[in-house]
Design a protein around this ligand. Structure first.
Ligand code: GAL
Length: 713
């Protein structure tokens, strides 16, 4: 398992830069008696595993008191595993600063928005913006890096563990001091800060940088959008700087190590900035059943596909350092349990959508602590049962397809603009009860998922040439350079669809002084927005929507406002039919060469263009002056289908997932995955070989409950 080269620039099309598929488990040898270790290693090897991940919560073992390091337990554990051919990925243990450290430096503890200081005793209690924590993080990282630099059994590192997942926020004194420094460096003069944040509006003017405060919510009114956005930019910069310290030390100690981070919640991390550029690749922890129950985005198979597609947009293929294996719980909740065959299907779904390595969480469940019922591959009584057998089967699957997987990318015919930190935050500074870009975009994603159209998310500055269509879900902030990128895409035959409210704000969250969409988009689309207005939800006057507007990925799908069905309805007209619009109308001024694909269908807007299209070069530039609803999405997806955006397997039922990975040499791998416990049949367009079984198929392919097939045409 070697690093092949330095990472290529971030792109959704980028494969990871190691030469093997890593398969294994996060492992906690510190949780069991040493008499287990040899048997654990034997069983891992017999399952076909090649690596474990260790040490992320063990700072108190690595450094029992300040300056006294003790590597003995992990040295011996690494050696036992290595004797059985299992390599080790180590983690910097900075998610769990030990008690001696926080006792000596309570100022490093997070403080919540009510002024309550975190107590010591779980994890992520310390504030990544704290310079004291950063000093100690560098110290422990350096000690570990130096100790393991020449150990051939340590192959790479994970930084920390799920940074910002418990919370990304802090309102501590030390955080405020760091924020003031950040503001000073960014704006140089207080006049520049006042201009950016709109200091002449309400009592928000600052006389000097020493007065700058953290944006406490409702204290007592609303803070300025610019202020809030900068706090989150600051948190993201601080998180990247915190990780950068560790990456620098690890790379200097051994440049052959790969370095990644395992993401959980995607809070206050700007992956496409320094945070992602510092890493060889990104890791995503995949818990489909947990995330589905948190977000209710439409079943755990869909929720997993959505998360994987969102994640891939940041930097391409990734590894899954933690893939759910069984029942999961913490004291306040428990998740559904994967049924026989389902753990393997879920793992294969990760591979189908871009995982180039995968570890099942975790080797065995803990017997103590806050996750005693979070199951692993082995059971509490140390007996391997169905999850072990499935993991072994999955390792065999990977062995059969590994050489085809390495270097391949996930096919995407339709891209949805995503992965942009500033746009996600811009929405949150001022949500107004409207859907977030993600909540809007996921309606199209869901629709195309059901149709088995190759779909994903992509940043508007990425290489768009492999797409057939790109949907931009109301990106409030838009750059000139992105306009040039999408213009080339359209000229070369792509279909661009831009939705309402796109290009309405500057990077400071000021409204543009010209009609939207700004930054070249109006000229490209031939459309200007003259007026906009709210379409109220049923039985409301449109002033307030239910609270809990999307907090970005965390809450995506929690709230989907219903289409207006009562009171003041606004209709869209498409051909001879009308249907309700939702959330927002825009009144458009269009150029002469722009045609209306749909128009407004009643009230004062009756007959005015609502969804427009301009032909440019070989492609089409479409503007939708409203937000998606299920019905509008269906009609847009039909328009795309009529333009040749087709299902990868037209006859496949909605519950069968179909994706494709394409190798650098054009070699295709078709993943066909049954997400239910009912057998399913699909019809193949051409004969193909299932690489997992070596069997040739033509005509009908039968999939058993949770059956998986990887076909080579
Ligand atoms: C992850 C975390 C693990 C474990 C797991 C199951 O988010 O990284 O340490 O807590 O969830 O809850």
């Amino acid at each position: 398992m070697k690093k092949k080269n330095n990472p290529a620039p971030l792109s959704v099309w980028r494969p990871i830069n190691i030469d093997r598929f890593i398969i294994g488990v996060p492992h906690y040898p510190e949780h069991v008696d040493e008499s287990y270790w040899e048997r654990d290693a034997e069983r891992m090897a017999a399952a076909g595993f090649n690596a474990v991940r260790m040490g992320e919560f063990a700072w108190h073992i690595w450094e029992p008191y300040q300056g006294h390091f003790d590597f003995d337990l992990f040295d011996r554990s690494i050696a036992v595993l290595a004797r059985h051919g299992i390599k080790t990925i180590l983690c910097t243990p900075t998610a769990t600063p030990p008690r001696w450290l926080t006792t000596a430096h309570p100022e490093m503890l997070r403080v919540d928005e009510n002024g309550r200081q975190a107590s010591h005793g779980s994890r992520q209690h310390a504030d990544t913006t704290s310079p004291v924590l950063r000093d100690h993080s560098r110290r422990i990282t350096r000690a570990m890096a130096e100790h393991y630099r020449d150990n051939p059994d340590v192959i790479g590192w994970q930084t920390d563990n799920e940074l910002n997942t418990t919370t990304s926020l802090s309102f501590s004194e030390s955080c405020a001091a760091e924020f003031r420094k950040w503001c000073h460096l960014r704006y140089k003069t207080i006049d520049a800060l006042n201009a950016a944040w709109g200091g002449d509006f309400w009592a928000t003017h600052y006389d000097n940088f020493d007065q700058v405060v953290l944006p406490l919510p409702m204290a007592p009114g609303h803070v300025s959008p610019g202020h809030r956005q900068d706090y989150h930019r600051f948190l993201a910069d601080a998180t990247a700087a915190f990780q950068h310290d560790q990456v620098e030390i690890l790379r200097a100690a051994n440049p052959d190590w790969f370095v990644f981070h395992n993401l959980g919640q995607l809070e206050d991390i700007d992956f496409r900035g320094q945070f992602g550029e510092d890493l060889d690749f990104i890791g995503f922890d995949i818990y489909p059943m947990l995330y589905d129950e948190m977000r209710r985005t439409g079943g755990h198979a869909y929720t997993q596909a959505l998360q994987l597609d969102i994640c891939r947009a940041y930097s391409g293929n990734f590894i899954v350092p933690e893939q759910a294996s069984g029942f999961g719980s913490q004291p306040t909740f428990s998740t559904m349990t994967p049924e026989p065959g389902e753990m393997r299907r879920m793992a294969m779904s990760s591979v189908a959508r871009g995982a180039d390595s995968l570890m099942f969480f975790r080797w065995r469940p803990a017997h103590f602590g806050a996750e005693i019922y979070w199951m692993g591959i082995i059971d509490h009584d140390d007996v391997p049962r169905r999850r072990y057998e499935e993991a072994k089967q999955f390792a065999g699957d990977i062995a059969a397809i590994e050489k085809h997987l390495i270097g391949s990318s996930v096919r995407m015919d339709v891209g949805i603009a995503g992965a942009d930190f500033d746009n996600q935050e811009a929405y949150r500074t001022y949500p107004m009860g409207l859907p977030s870009p993600l909540e809007d975009g996921l309606l199209l994603h869901q629709n195309l998922y059901r149709r088995n159209v190759a779909t994903g998310f992509i940043h508007p500055s990425d290489d768009l040439s492999r797409l057939k269509a790109l949907y931009v879900p109301h990106f409030l902030m838009w750059d000139d350079a992105w306009t040039e990128n999408v213009r080339r895409f359209v000229e070369n035959g792509g279909t661009l669809i831009v939705s309402a409210m796109t290009g309405t704000r500057t990077r400071d969250n000021h409204i543009h002084r010209e009609l939207a969409p700004a930054n070249g988009l109006a000229d490209l689309l031939g459309v200007r927005v003259e007026e906009f207005g709210r379409i109220a939800a049923p039985e409301s006057d449109g002033l307030f929507e239910p609270p809990g507007a999307d907090a970005g990925f965390r809450a995506s799908g929690v709230k989907r406002l219903p289409a207006c069905s009562a009171g003041r309805r606004y209709l869209l007209r498409h051909g001879n039919t009308t249907f309700p619009a939702s959330h927002l109308y825009e009144k458009l001024i269009v150029e002469d060469d722009v045609e209306a694909l749909m128009s407004w269908g009643n009230r004062f807007l009756d007959g005015e263009p609502a969804v427009t299209m301009r032909r440019i070069g070989k492609g089409k530039a479409i503007y939708a002056g409203t937000y998606l609803t299920d019905e509008l999405t269906e009609r847009l997806a039909d328009l795309l289908r009529d333009d040749g955006v087709l299902s990868l397997l037209p006859d496949a039922p909605e519950t069968v997932e179909v994706t494709e990975r394409i190798g650098a040499n054009g070699e295709r791998l078709l993943f066909i995955l049954n997400t239910t416990d009912e057998p399913a049949n699909v019809t193949l367009a051409a004969p193909a070989t299932d690489l997992l079984t070596g069997t040739s198929h033509s005509g009908t392919l039968e999939l058993g409950a949770y059956g998986v097939s990887v076909l080579q045409p």
